[in-house]
Design a protein around this ligand. Sequence first.
Ligand code: UT7
Length: 331
Amino acid sequence: MSKISAAITAVGAYVPEYVLTNQILETLVDTNDEWITSRTGIKERRILKEEGKGTSFLAINAAKDLINKTGLNPKEIDLVIVATASPDMKAASTAAYTATQIGATNAFSFDLEAACSSFLFGMSTASSYIESGRYKKILLIGADKNSSFIDYTDRATCIIFGDGAGAVLFEPNNEGLGLQDEYLRSDGDGREFLQATYGGSSYPSTPEAVAEGKHFVFQDGKTVFKNAVFNMADVVVKILERNNLTKEDISWLAAHQANKRIIDATANRIDLDKNKVMMNIEKYGNTTSATLPLLLNDYESQLKKGDKIIFAAFGGGFTWGSIYLKWAYNS
Ligand code: UT7
């Protein structure tokens, strides 16, 4: 019997309508379009403005996009994973609400949190369930409403982050396509450099903490940047070596969109042709868990069955890793 592999068989996406441009940010903080563009590659991001709508709103719309495109019957979905660093609320699962709202009434569901690596780690999780033969249809959604914990007076963070969501369907494949290998890592010593300190169990929100803005995301950008450049390139090299892949073999690099300079550095480390580097940071900024599925959605029409895609991510925690996947369909 041939081994079952776990393939992505469909994608969908959703971004909110409101566009936060560099020009608008110039009116909020001491920054300018030239600085943001040259230091990050970002021109604009999408922000979910409507009161009372959280990450599940983004996740539900991305899932509905996938369902509408493919005609998938949501009742056939076995598991819904919402990869997110910004769940709707404490205690209640964002994935459970999302699954019910899209009609996945025969599924179980859970949230998966690993900061900007959430979706990458979710790919590993979803694939393991498929490879084991336990489940046949897993909806993996990467969704984040970063604007819910960004301080729009802090130029070190507000220029980078945006909101969005992407969804993929994982199914069994018997042609050897889908996830081939992974190299995933974490290092908890990194959490001091990127965190939202208040609002969790260590430091519950207090009126004083909120008044001082301690529930917002803080980052030591330079330290995060250096670690991201080193570690993303390192795991990509390891994945290539372990699978005897040369830069010519690779069809695409799908790297977490945090800063164009980090993505360029990763591609340069393996001397990859820039036409093979997926990039959409200019229009969405860093959408945390959503960057990888948003890339797949934007590039779906260019992807061909058998394409060798190297995924890479780095994020808070620290968390990081790389996945090698063979694309399973022509669209
Ligand atoms: O998703 C994973 C998590 N996040 C990341 O991976 C982000 C990693 N870090 C970064 O992308 C970059 O560190 C930033 C984009 C956050 C900052 O870029 P940088 O090149 O590291 O800038 P810097 O913090 O070293 O600042 C350089 C200069 C400073 O001025 P001086 O001291 O040289 O006079 C800053 O004060 O740029 C100044 N600066 C700004 N100027 C205009 C910092 N932020 C801004 C700004 N607009 N928004």
